[in-house]
Write a protein that binds this ligand. Structure first.
Ligand code: GDP
Ligand code: MG
Length: 762
């Protein structure tokens, strides 16, 4: 029996696996590609006396060498040479999907297009002229609905067996040198085309990889800065032994260690020539159109696809009824001018509702913690234990837990935005802004995950930067996502806003968000102009249709996130809070100071005329004694020592301790201020909210709060984020850089604001 191999390839979610299952049924096996964790699915079936091996390739949007999936798919196609590539194309998203198809064709592969999701396209009022598409692309195209397993799949199978007239019989497959003449040859504009031809010539002369790929494709990859091809080219002609055995190398005597191999001295003239062409072209494009080869190539590919689609291949039924509700909503919600205005309005409304609806539960929680403190006060005897429970645990952790209702409301509204599909629109709109600052459309999601609107976390945000292909754009994103207002910074802002700007809470929260974005984008721009300079890469984004969020879904999301917050407060924050309490309590007063307070106490008792004034005088004394202990404690002294620098930003020793603690976790800023204020007072009989205490602390002004908010926004990310960032960036140096850079940057801003504000008399 004749046996042929078929590879199913296409974008993620185009329906490869669905088709694979429909074709092979139970006759499949799952393994991994050698050496990597990418899943490899293989199966078999027979038709008309012919045996077919089918392989389900990983889904990709492109065939660059950026991601593992792309490398696996590309290597498989180049090295295993399947007899037929069945390219699954999502008909409802033709333009984007054909981008990959084009690359298969450029690779000279025998391609056949399975136009899937025809049902979805129908529903959206998109009709496609299959024959026209097929003849314009020069490959067979069959419409299918992989999910029903029926529609068109049969026709597809027939084309496999050679029944389709447009398809060469499987046995006549082009091999080896024949690949030098691929079917499609897109023009990339004069400049690029010329360079392509020159490189192609050099590639053919040197027979560089020509057994695997068409020479033009290899030339294209050079222009696209393809890592794999560049690496192979660099190694080309060099054996593995020392002494540079290649015949053409001018520097035979040099030992070809890795570093030297990469130096200009020891490069093969083959590579030097190509490098020269690349350099000239890049320079020229930069000078003339301020672009780079990679972007020009992507642009022309899309141009090519669009020109094909415009020739009557796709027609949309734009009659009112069939225009999807989603599309109609997007005409308003993502409108160039109205879109951003509506977005601002929605975010403002989110803060407004959050603050207003959470007022009561926040008051209940304040009352609860106040009552708890009072109860413990009467139950426990005076001493260190009581101080630990009240000041360390209840006032510290309670300060953080007090914000649970606010956090919950915020997550609730964000879950609605997320589940309805609106958040994707936010990303879509911000993409335009992001390009201006040297970031990429794919940077938006990491920013939102990190708390771009409110209450995310930098760790998933940092992880999400993996979707960015360009290393420079990724690095710029990685270094700036920690500026967003994560769920741990929120209570800090909320506390300070409640303490000093009670009347304009929503407005201040809105400004906090705005400033953090502005800061992040400006810093990103700065990075992109200095340490990670380079061109931008193109971006394509799909918008999922709007959905009505389900109550269940929203509640689950809200609960999950709120629970995370509570759990962290009960574990990590509790631990740090106790530690900081100890640092703020010990070593206690030195003997002579303690004696001094004892003497004063005796004097007061002896000299007081009546009960009331005695009580009042003792209370005042006790307060200053507590203050003295706090200031003399390890943390107090450290905080004091820092005042000589921090006073420029308006930070007193309490804030200094809180900020140092905040490096462990940002919530600690709140818990530390809670503990510090609690230790400085004595009677728990009149419980006051922390916000109230802060607003009454001497030396604290609204300007102090603003300076502190700005500093909190931008200074070093918490420890966990730094670890995660270092790992993703590939070096500890980046972690250290972030800590130092962000803290200096934040301090500079805080000083600027505090000094300018003071001068203007705030
Ligand atoms: P893969 O990522 O390319 O392997 O895509 P899958 O085969 O996993 O399919 C992605 C999703 O599209 C699944 O939910 C499928 O059920 C769905 N799907 C696949 N083919 C069709 C189709 O022809 N029509 C519709 N409406 N959905 C499909
Ligand atoms: Mg799949």
């Amino acid at each position: 029996m004749i046996s042929s191999t078929i590879a199913l390839a296409g974008n993620p979610n185009s329906g490869k696996t669905t088709l694979f299952n429909a074709l092979t049924g139970a006759r499949q096996q799952v393994g991994n590609y050698p050496g990597v964790t990418v899943e490899k699915k293989q199966g078999t079936f027979s038709l008309n006396g012919r045996e077919f091996n089918v392989i389900d390739l990983p889904g990709t949007y492109s065939l660059s060498a950026y991601s593992l999936e792309e490398m696996v798919a590309r290597d498989y196609l180049a090295l295993e040479k399947p007899d037929m590539v069945v390219n699954i194309v999502d008909a409802s998203n033709l333009e984007r999907n054909l981008y990959l198809s084009l690359q298969f064709m450029e690779m000279g592969l025998p391609v056949c297009i399975a136009l899937n999701m025809m049902d979805v396209a129908d529903k959206r009022g998109i009709s496609i002229d299959i024959e026209k598409l097929s003849s314009l692309l020069g490959v067979p195209v069959v419409p299918i609905v992989a999910r029903n397993g029926k529609n068109g799949v049969k026709a597809l199978l027939e084309s496999f067996s050679g029944a389709s007239p447009q398809l060469p019989p499987v046995s006549d497959r082009k091999q080896g040198a024949d690949l030098l003449n691929p079917l499609v040859s897109i023009s990339y504009g004069n400049d690029v085309d010329e360079a392509l031809m020159e490189i192609e010539k050099i590639v053919v002369e040197n027979r560089f990889l020509t057994d695997r790929y068409p020479a033009r494709w290899i030339a294209l990859k050079f222009l696209e800065n393809d890592e794999q091809i560049l690496k192979l080219a660099l190694e080309y002609g060099h054996g593995t032994d020392n002494g540079c055995p290649c015949r053409d190398c001018e520097h035979r005597m040099l030992p070809c260690g890795v570093e030297q191999r990469e130096s200009d001295l020891c490069r093969h003239p083959f590579f030097q020539k190509i490098d020269q062409i690349l350099f000239t072209l890049t320079q020229h494009l930069e000078d003339t159109i301020e672009s780079d080869p990679e972007a020009v190539i992507a642009d022309h590919r899309y141009g090519y696809i669009r020109s094909i689609l415009k020739q009557g291949v796709v027609s949309r039924n734009y009659n009112e009824e069939r225009l999807q509700i989603s599309d109609r909503m997007d005409m308003i919600l993502t409108h160039r001018l109205m879109g951003p205005v509506i977005m601002g309005f929605i975010i403002y409304a989110l803060y407004y509702f959050t603050f207003n609806y959470s007022e009561r539960p926040v008051a209940w929680l304040d009352f609860l913690f106040g009552w708890l403190g009072g109860t413990v006060d009467t139950l426990l005897p005076d001493g260190q234990l009581k101080s630990l429970v009240i000041s360390g645990v209840i006032d510290g952790v309670g300060g953080v837990l007090g914000f649970v209702p606010l956090i919950m409301y915020m997550f609730f509204f964000i879950s609605i935005l997320e589940d309805s599909g609106y958040l994707a629109r936010v990303a879509f709109m911000l993409d335009r802004v992001f390009r201006v600052f040297g970031l990429h459309g794919s940077s938006v999601m990491p920013f939102i995950l990190s708390g771009g609107i409110a209450g995310g976390c930098a760790v998933p945000g940092i992880m999400a930067t993996r979707t960015l292909k360009s290393p420079r754009e990724r690095m710029a994103t990685l270094l700036t996502v920690p500026f967003m207002n994560c769920g741990a910074k929120l209570p800090v802002f909320m506390l300070l806003i409640a303490a000093f700007f009670e009347a304009h809470r929503a407005f201040f929260m809105f400004m906090v968000t705005f400033i953090s974005w502005l800061g992040a984008l400006l810093v990103a721009k700065f990075f992109r102009a200095t340490i990670v300079r380079g061109e931008s890469t193109p971006f394509i984004m799909e918008l999922p249709p709007y959905r009505l969020p389900t109550v269940r879904g929203v509640l689950i999301h809200t609960f999950e996130r709120t629970w995370q917050y509570i759990k962290k407060a009960g574990t990590v924050i509790l631990g740090i809070s106790v530690l900081l309490w100890a640092m703020m309590t010990f070593p206690g007063l030195p003997d002579e100071k303690a004696d001094m307070f004892e003497n004063q106490k005796r004097e007061i008792i002896e000299s007081s005329p009546d009960e009331d004034s005695l009580f009042f005088a003792l209370d005042t004394l006790e307060k200053s004694r507590a203050q003295a202990i706090l200031q003399h404690s390890f943390a107090g002294r450290a905080g004091k020592a820092m005042e000589s620098v921090s006073e420029y930003a308006g930070f007193d020793w309490r804030i200094n301790i809180a900020l140092v603690g905040g490096f462990a976790a940002k919530e600690v800023i709140v818990s530390t201020l809670g503990t510090a204020c609690s230790l400085g007072e004595t009677d728990a009989e009149e419980p006051e909210s922390l916000a109230k205490k802060l607003s009454e602390t001497p030396g604290w002004r609204p300007l102090t709060a603003i300076s502190l908010m700005i500093f909190t926004m931008f200074y070093a990310p918490c420890f966990v984020s730094v670890v995660c960032l270092s790992k993703e960036a590939g070096s500890w140096k980046w972690g250290v850089f972030t800590v130092v850079f962000n803290t200096l940057f934040a301090f500079m801003l805080a000083v600027l604001i505090y000094q300018a504000g003071s001068m203007m008399g705030f």
